[in-house]
Design a protein around this ligand. Sequence first.
Ligand SMILES: [Zn+2]
Length: 305
Amino acid sequence: MTDTLRTLVFETASVRAQLVSLNDSWTAIARNHDHPPAVLEMLGQLVAASAVLSASLKFEGSLILQIQGDGPVKLAVAECNSRLGLRATVKIAEGTTIAPEATFAELVNQQGKGICVIVLDPRNRLPGQSPYQGVVPLVGNSVADALEAYMHSSEQLETRLVLNADATKASGLMLQQMPTSGGKSVEAQFDPDGWPRLVALANTLQADEHLSTALDELATRLFWEENPAVLADRHPHFECSCSADKVRSMLVTLGEAEVREALSENPTLEVQCDFCGTNYSFNQADCLALFKNDEGSDEEKPTLH
Ligand SMILES: [Zn+2]
């Protein structure tokens, strides 16, 4: 079964829905993380959320959702780019044990100090231009609650999110009330009861049904009386943007002293990607070459003047 992100439009209600069903991409992410079920469930929900939210990206680049927790889960990150390439990672505080059924608050908001960060990062940013970043406190009892609150305050759009995940499946449904700006004919047909009716339908969706039903069937089962138009079917996939070159620039930023110190303890420097687990290995000669080039260019500079 191919992973799918489907956009539906409910014309007279002026509502747009995004449905996502992730199987292959989510299992590709989840197998890099040997974490308790409660943590995987939260991460899967975050991944599904990144896919439905990125459906309306108006630029080439990435949407990144981060939960910075104050409990055993210090950080959960899900990233979706405009080609629907997905990746995610989690950092858990060392030495903590997490109950299989731990709640959202127990994982990331024990003292109410957890935050949720939404980053929109265009690929071709101008030099010096920072990515857009929105920060909100973690409210509610789930990833969906926190993101609904964010959408309400920042986008001023009524949003209903239903997110569910287990070890092999991550599913999302987002309903969004769109501004009505379609001229008189659309306004004449506008159905003000559409939004509450669609939200009521979304609220009937149980986790088991959400995770076990194919996207086609789920869309039909939920919305058959509403007769929505299918605007698009797209296919999310697992994709990590790490590369040896990016690790090299990271090492250069780290500085020669730090890199030399690390090398004094080990014959090679090993850097593992937090997202996909790929291991990048640099021996002494590789590392020193990085700084040799750097020094070289520095030395050449004075001759330019
Ligand atoms: Zn990677």
